[in-house]
Ligand binder design. Sequence first.
Ligand SMILES: *Cc1c(COP(=O)(O)O)cnc(C)c1O
Length: 265
Amino acid sequence: MDSPLPTPHAAQLDLRYPHPHSVEDFQRNLLAVRARIDAACQRVGRDPAGVRLLPVSKTMSEAALRMAYAAGCRELGENKVQEATRKQAAMADLADLRWSIIGHLQTNKARWVAQHAAEFQALDSLRVAQVLDRHLQAAGRQLDVFVQVNTSGEASKYGVTPDDAAAFIQQLDSCPALRVRGLMTLAVLSPDHVQVRACFVLLRRLRDQLRRHVPASVSLDELSMGMSGDYEIAVEEGATVVRVGQAIFGARALPDSHFWPGNPA
Ligand SMILES: *Cc1c(COP(=O)(O)O)cnc(C)c1O
């Protein structure tokens, strides 16, 4: 089930993220990330229990995922449904492993998400919401969803605009099988911490503002923001979920532009 990735040239890989080769390596990586999350919480007076670490396993091999499981991971984030489908089928023996879909979804892939995913973090289209809702009702399930917001203003990024978020969430009222849990964003991919932090602050303020207007049935508690390069900043700004791949699984061979368009390769 391993995806046929090109063998990366070593120089392409981010040296900050060496590859784990054993369960112990995974445990060490998980503990190191968790310690940094906890330290970020301490800096701003937050309870570390309020931050969930979601390990992101996209492009990684089944062997790596099984080691992560053995190291204690019980949920994994995947960006593409096709890849998640393949991995979930291959690892169906791990019955308590939950799959979180964190990338853009096309309606023709919504059925699998409705049937197998534990949550969907990249909702930004009413059409997708309606198709998901229909499949969920057929399956007799509900699904936790996050509304993806484009906080970087980059035209190529997925997500509703901050201005459209309130109306979008109102419309989701017509999809009773979706449980809106909060907002998700990808910060601008930049070494400039000021710009990155501004994206996270925008998402938190938007959440606080929306909370006062959404229907009582919606609990907008969650803020999914922060990845390997910026999760400590995200935690300082209120993240309740951080989606961390490379700092746990090692560097990816493919540039991020492969997973969401518009970022520099
Ligand atoms: C890949 C991905 C992540 C994790 O990125 P890393 O750099 O591996 O930590 C987070 N969120 C989304 C939507 C992703 O596609």
